[in-house]
Write a protein that binds this ligand. Structure first.
Ligand SMILES: Cc1cc2nc3c(=O)[nH]c(=O)nc-3n(C[C@H](O)[C@H](O)[C@H](O)COP(=O)(O)OP(=O)(O)OC[C@H]3O[C@@H](n4cnc5c(N)ncnc54)[C@H](O)[C@@H]3O)c2cc1C
Length: 276
């Protein structure tokens, strides 16, 4: 462990990385019941730094885990390897295009801050986990978050137009609804992923879960249905690549809000009414 830490320190020279016990203990926790102490915590400031970290870790055999706010409740952001914390520096809203109803963001930006930025344009980002005041957009995309307005607006996957990701080889890929761009080994990986989806198309479509909300597993059925790798990456919990930029679709703010109080004889009846 000590040797690995030394090698990592050398390989990541110039990048902000904390190996101190105090910081590692902080990152050993999340909103889950689990506990796992990482080797170190890196705070990347740019896409180039993320690429360097991924390449160095691949070479040294150190696992990496991306982290936003650490508010996921199943231990997804914990790691024995290197934690990549996006919330410290890579947390900006890069641009808002009100006419095109798009926003480009870095992964570590907090949802409520994005919505503050969108409000003057009469826009908002609809997925609404109740952790909105602290969860990050990268974390939301990685777990396909949704909240109380799910029935109306659907989960995060529905609102992501494209993601820029660093793949396990350190190659950067742009994956959108209509296709992807990548070079070298990155392109090879994505072509293989497409072939896997194609090979299992029938099974994936037949096995599509018939539920309104599903945030478990890779969305193979949606990738098959939409002929796109994007649904696979959204909800992949950082296992397929690390997001470094996201292009989001945003929506006009509702003109009015109302609260409806309705009484039902059963929970099933209430759920059916909500879906209507
Ligand atoms: C009080 C509370 C209320 C909550 N309410 C809801 C709710 O209503 N709906 C809901 O869906 N969830 C809810 N959650 C769970 C959680 O807040 C959300 O899932 C949230 O979207 C996670 O975001 P995060 O920034 O905390 O991600 P983290 O917990 O830091 O990470 C979550 C996952 O995303 C991955 N990840 C993070 N950043 C990146 C990146 N840049 N690239 C690739 N992968 C990345 C991590 O590796 C990990 O697998 C709640 C949690 C709490 C504590």
């Amino acid at each position: 462990m000590l040797r690995r830490a030394k090698e990592l320190r050398r390989a990541l020279k110039g990048i902000e990385v904390d190996f101190s016990r105090a910081v590692r203990l902080c990152y050993a926790r999340s909103a889950s019941i689990f506990w796992m102490e990482p080797l170190a915590v890196a705070y990347p400031k740019s896409a180039e730094e993320v690429v360097r970290v991924v390449r160095a870790c691949a070479e040294l055999g150190v696992p990496i885990t991306a982290r936003g706010a650490g508010s996921s409740i199943a231990g997804q952001c914990l790691s024995r390897g290197l934690v990549l914390d996006f919330s410290r520096y890579m947390n900006e809203t890069i641009e808002v295009d009100p006419e095109g109803r798009r926003a480009k963001v870095q992964p570590g930006g907090v949802l409520s801050r994005l919505n503050e930025r969108l409000r003057p344009y009469g826009l908002f980002f609809p997925p609404d986990p109740s952790s909105a005041d602290f969860c990050t957009v990268g974390g939301m995309a990685a777990v396909n978050s949704s909240g109380a307005r799910f029935v109306r607006y659907g989960p995060t996957r529905r609102w992501v137009r494209s993601v820029k990701v660093v793949l396990s080889t350190g190659d950067v890929a742009l994956i959108g609804r209509e296709g992807w761009e990548a070079s070298g080994k990155g392109a090879e990986i994505l072509r293989t992923a497409e072939a896997v989806v194609e090979r299992h198309r029938g099974t994936a479509l037949k096995g599509a879960p018939k539920v309104a909300k599903n945030a478990s597993g890779y969305a193979l059925w949606e990738a098959a249905e939409k002929d796109s790798l994007l649904p696979l990456f959204i909800g992949s919990e950082g296992t397929l690549g690390v997001f470094i930029e996201l292009e989001l679709e945003v929506h006009p703010l509702p003109r009015r809000r109302a609260c409806v109080f309705s009484l039902h004889r059963s929970a099933e009846g209430a759920a059916e009414a909500a879906l209507r």
